[in-house]
Write a protein that binds this ligand. Structure first.
Ligand code: NDP
Length: 324
């Protein structure tokens, strides 16, 4: 048996129970990983509330780092004792240990600690694909990135600076604005006190930006479209404020033949070679010192309810760990 978080039904943080669950041996193509640290991500809230559906009862959590302690048949690239990490499905990372498909797991370089890995796999791989695949950035461009002081956000600030991209970031408080700036965000807008569309127009001399990375959803969607230059790309990759309401495609034409995409990390890492290449680039970025993974909150896994409350109340910044 291991301790793990389970939900019997969807709802508020109180639906998460810290319980004993059976674990067993890995089957073909699987490994058992003993977790040293688990990552907290906003997507966990979507699964807990039911915005993203899954059969119940269910686990939660999509990211962890630890040591392989048992290997099923047919697994070539992992051995007992390997230091590893993963981000993605199947859901159920909030646990002391679990069984995972080996194909979803990468080995960690010695230079990357368990804590760093558990804090960055999901958020860092996300920045990698957003910046290099969804809308491949070129040095010299100016971009708009919402929630710049969050987990994905603080990595994006540093990554943008590292590749010579000028990032305009939005945040919900002046303290978060300072934090984003300190991580390399060139211009920071407090969208609770300033009109971010107007500010983006001012900063870009009226031109707008070629791409907006929007993980806020309902509250920012229309404003984000208004920040784009003609033929610009709206990357709607999350909905922290609620899902984007239905809209007319004419909204894209009237603003200058805009493009829109709703990407998910799971699609970008579905092919093993893509996952390996993305992870290698993330590890290299962190090893170079250009991106530092800022773990700003830690909770015992048993206090996962409080961690979710703080995340949803916008009290957290940077990355957050749950320690089994
Ligand atoms: P964050 O640490 O960024 O936390 C979410 C932040 O969103 C808050 O801190 C808050 O920052 C902002 N926010 C704005 N409005 C609200 C609201 N109404 N309620 C709560 N928060 C709000 O989370 P993550 O780094 O884990 O994830 C960031 C986003 O990226 C999420 O939306 C997530 O779903 C998405 N994501 C998408 C992926 C994909 O592949 N599609 C992969 C990974 C993440 P502030 O106070 O500054 O406004």
């Amino acid at each position: 048996m291991v301790k793990a978080v389970r939900i019997q039904h969807t709802g508020g943080p109180e639906v998460m129970e810290y319980v004993d669950v059976p674990i067993g041996e890995p089957g073909p193509g699987e490994v058992r990983v003993r977790h040293h640290a688990c990552g907290l991500n906003y997507i966990d809230v979507y699964f807990r509330t039911g915005l993203y559906a899954q059969p119940l009862p269910a686990g939660l959590g999509m990211e962890a780092a630890g040591v392989v302690e048992a290997v099923g048949s047919g697994v070539g690239h992992l051995r007992v004792g390997d230091r590893v990490a993963y981000a993605g499905r199947p859901v159920g990372a909030y646990a002391e240990a679990r069984i995972m498909p080996a194909d979803n797991i990468v080995r960690l370089p010695d230079s990357i600690s368990f804590d760093t890995a558990a804090a960055m796999m999901l958020q860092g791989l996300t920045v990698q694909y957003l910046f290099h695949r969804t809308f491949p950035l070129r040095g010299g461009e100016t971009i708009l990135f919402h929630a710049a002081a969050g987990g994905v956000g603080l990595i994006a600030c540093q990554w943008a600076r590292a590749i010579g991209v000028t990032m305009i970031g939005t945040v919900g408080s002046d303290a978060k604005a300072e934090l984003a700036k300190a991580h390399g965000c060139a211009h920071v807008i407090n969208y609770n006190t300033e009109n971010f569309v107007q500010r983006v127009r001012e900063i870009t001399g009226g031109k707008g930006v070629p791409v907006v990375y929007d993980s806020i959803g309902r509250d920012t969607f229309t404003g984000s479209l208004d920040c784009l230059s003609p033929m610009g790309m709206m990357v709607s990759f999350g909905s922290a404020s609620g899902p984007v309401p239905a809209f007319s495609l004419n909204e894209l034409a009237s603003r200058g033949s805009l493009f829109i995409t709703r990407p998910s990390l799971m699609n970008y890492t579905a092919k093993r070679e893509d996952l390996e290449q993305m992870a290698a680039q993330l590890f290299a970025m962190v090893e170079s010192g250009k991106v530092k993974i800022d773990i700003r909150q830690r909770y015992p896994l048993s206090e996962v309810q409080q961690a979710h409350r703080d995340l949803e109340a916008r009290k957290t910044t940077g990355s957050t760990l749950l320690i089994p």
